[in-house]
Design a protein around this ligand. Structure first.
Ligand code: FAD
Length: 489
């Protein structure tokens, strides 16, 4: 597996394998490759082992594939201006990477490491084939701020509670951890190869191109535009971040997912601004720390993929209720805040963080459904789907996770709605059939008088569903369901 060469004698040619780091600056693997090579070439692989699960679920129109393709197009254009091009392969990485290394005569392959179990298995396979070809394989930590082994508790164990992790993180972080990794030598060192065939069309991969929403400009260029916009709003983040009708967050999650911007660059600005006294910047940095936290959880506890972090929670018996699952997926539960959330996800591929918490809590605690089913639905739909963050978020909401919401704490979907969308602006955007209801009635239309409903043109059960469950009864059921945990605790 990845090794670090003591002898820095330069390689004649190296290959940099791009994966979830689609940029050409402040890039750990590229930075190291440039330091240690006379020439570098860059490659991206569309690997059917990773695309097939999406196709198997019938997801031919997937915004993420369009986002990746358009981001690669930007990188390819930049490389072509340098007289080179991006190599793009279609096939299993274990075949493509060693084959391309041999074709180019590369002595080393540089890449940024990942903690997802499937990716680690793939990388181990690639490492084996490259070793047999006597090609070196060098991995670096790049997509998190502090690598998963950087922090340990006083007992020498990985952290499993966020607040002490955050405190240790803030104590440890310094300018060196956030330093910009220079890649400015690229134009002089890039391997000239303008003959690379260009990017494949999405059709060649079995997918259809989709129009990306205006709020999701792809590539490093798009990331930079979103970040510049957010830096003008960052001081207000702490007070605005919980209201989905407001433009209060950064919307950078997809860019962080695909590495079209360096997380170090984002954190450098937020850290500096928080040291200058910005509460908004400090709060936003805390979210980047949550991201690191869940990455290190997945790294140290890969069993969280498919199992509860706290094993006793695997004793919970979830309901088998396909009709409730479908109502939730379709945004037709009769709870407007939850339905607006699910419709935002279905139509844009994004869901606001407050809504992710409410929708996931409703799924597990009100509907009594297995968190793994909801996690899988989010994975299919979210543009920013990230295994570590999604698993962490679902296990938090289901109370099965490492530092989760206590099991007896159950969000009330109506009071959440009244608190975080008081004027119903977000609900009206995604549940237009309720738009005519007054603000006070829009959160629980089944409590509105028949006259009010008539005036608003709403026929409950026809235009908009009656609630699929009663929250008070569901809450009592959830407390009984989770009692198995208390018995063994
Ligand atoms: P901002 O508020 O601007 O936050 C900045 C960045 O910090 C985000 O882009 C993200 O990278 C990171 N971040 C923020 N909150 C969290 C968090 N709780 N955990 C980890 N990282 C965080 N985030 C994903 O990136 N991918 C997912 O698949 C994902 N699934 C989630 C599922 C559930 C059930 C829950 C409750 C949360 C999930 N999150 C996920 C976390 C969070 O909701 C999103 O990161 C956030 O809404 C993205 O919007 P933003 O970029 O505007 O966030």
């Amino acid at each position: 597996m990845p090794s670090h060469r003591a002898d820095p004698a330069p390689f004649e040619i190296s290959l940099v394998w791009l994966r979830r780091d689609l940029r050409l600056d402040d890039h750990a693997a590229l930075h190291q490759a440039l330091r240690r090579s006379r020439r570098v070439a860059l490659v991206f692989v569309f690997d059917p082992d990773f695309l097939q699960p999406l196709l198997a679920q019938g997801a031919r129109a997937d915004r993420r594939l369009t986002f990746i393709q358009q981001s690669l197009r930007e990188l390819d254009a930049v490389l072509r201006r340098m007289g080179s091009a991006l190599f793009v392969e279609i096939g299993r990485a274990v075949d493509c990477i060693p084959r391309l290394a041999a074709r180019l005569g590369a002595q080393a392959v540089f890449f940024n490491r990942d903690v997802e179990p499937d990716t680690m298995r793939r990388d181990a396979d690639v490492a084996g084939v490259l070793a047999a070809q006597a090609v070196e394989f060098h991995g670096f930590w790049d997509h998190m701020l502090l690598e998963p082994n950087a922090l340990r508790t006083g007992l020498g164990k990985p952290y499993s509670v966020y607040t002490p992790y955050k405190n240790a993180w803030l104590k440890r972080i310094g300018a060196a951890d956030l330093a910009h990794l220079d890649c400015s030598a690229l134009p002089q060192q890039v391997l000239p190869d303008a003959s690379a065939p260009g990017l494949p069309a999405l059709h060649d991969l079995g997918f259809e191109p989709v129009a990306l929403p205006a709020g999701l400009p792809p590539g490093p260029h798009g990331a930079r535009a979103l970040f510049a916009d957010f830096m003008r709003r960052i001081d207000a983040y702490a007070s605005a971040r919980d209201y989905p009708a407001i433009k209060g967050t950064s919307y950078l999650s997809v860019h962080l997912r695909f590495g079209t911007i360096s997380v170090r660059e984002l954190a450098r600005h937020a850290w500096q601004r928080s040291l200058d006294g910005s509460a908004g910047a400090a709060s936003w940095l805390s979210e980047l720390i949550w991201r690191d936290f869940y990455i290190q959880i997945l790294h140290h506890h890969p069993q969280v993929v498919g199992r509860a972090f706290k094993p006793e929670y695997d004793r919970i018996r979830w309901d088998d209720a396909p009709e409730l699952f479908i109502a939730w997926c379709d945004g037709r539960t009769g709870y407007p805040f939850v339905d607006a959330a699910m419709r935002q996800l279905n139509t844009t591929g994004y869901m606001h963080n407050r809504l992710r918490m409410v929708a996931a809590s409703f799924f597990t605690k009100d509907l009594g459904l297995d968190w793994r089913l909801g996690e899988r639905y989010f994975a299919l739909k979210l543009n920013d789907f990230d295994l570590a963050a999604n698993n962490g978020g679902w296990q938090w909401a289901a109370s099965t996770g490492c530092d989760a919401q206590p099991w007896f704490r159950i969000f009330n979907p109506v009071t959440q709605s009244e608190k975080f969308d008081p004027a119903g602006r977000f609900i009206r955007r995604y549940v237009p059939e309720l738009a005519g209801l007054p603000d006070a009635a829009i959160h629980a239309p089944w409590l509105a008088s028949p006259q009010l409903l008539r005036d608003a043109g709403v026929r409950l059960g026809l235009d908009y569903p009656l609630p699929v469950i009663d929250h008070a009864e569901a809450r009592a059921r959830a407390l009984r369901r989770y009692a198995v945990v208390k018995e063994v605790a």
